[in-house]
Design a protein around this ligand. Sequence first.
Ligand code: SF4
Length: 224
Amino acid sequence: MSDRIIYDITPFTHLDYPDNLAAIVWFVGCNMRCMYCYNSDIVFAKEGRYTPDDLLSFLRKRTGLLDGVVLSGGEPTLHDLAPLCRKIRALGFKIKLDTNGLNPTRLRELVEEGLVQYVALDFKANGARFGYITGSSRYERFLESLDFLIGAKCPFEVRTTVHPDLLGKEAVEAMAGELYRRGYRGTYYLQSFVETGRNIADIGPPTHSFKEQRLDTPLPVLWR
Ligand code: SF4
């Protein structure tokens, strides 16, 4: 792969890294094909606009202006992030990692070395629905990442994109139950599918919603 592994850089956000001003780094490629994904340009890209050195040059000019960097994509853990993260940390930035959890080995490496300070883990679906929605048969890898984070000291959150025709109320309740059984005690964040006019499976807007209904879950749930 080209060393232009960064599809693009969003120079400033106060929404994506809780309590921090941050830049977002969008890495090319993904090991999932989520039906509702509207980032197909990033998912299928072979190379992006920037190299890791370009990112570091950008960040050197942002010291004192930004608190952190969000590593997103695509799926950032497809790439060997540790060397880059060490350099980002040396510049004084905190790092948040957005991941689908399919690379528990790389996640563990980043967390155990203290290279990431916050993780947002996407819980796409549970059981058989996982493969249907994501196109990936590696649900056990997601569970390995989840179990690792539950036992680690790094702050993290679990979040799910909800298209009610793909993931109904009972499915979401079952996922919350699964999180609780495995030891997760944080807030479970839900985000509604956003209709952008195009997505990987060309699915349309949901035919119904359960956003206003009370969910029967052992965890606090928050819609974003
Ligand atoms: S929504 Fe799915 S396919 Fe799209 S970038 Fe995220 S993990 Fe990859």
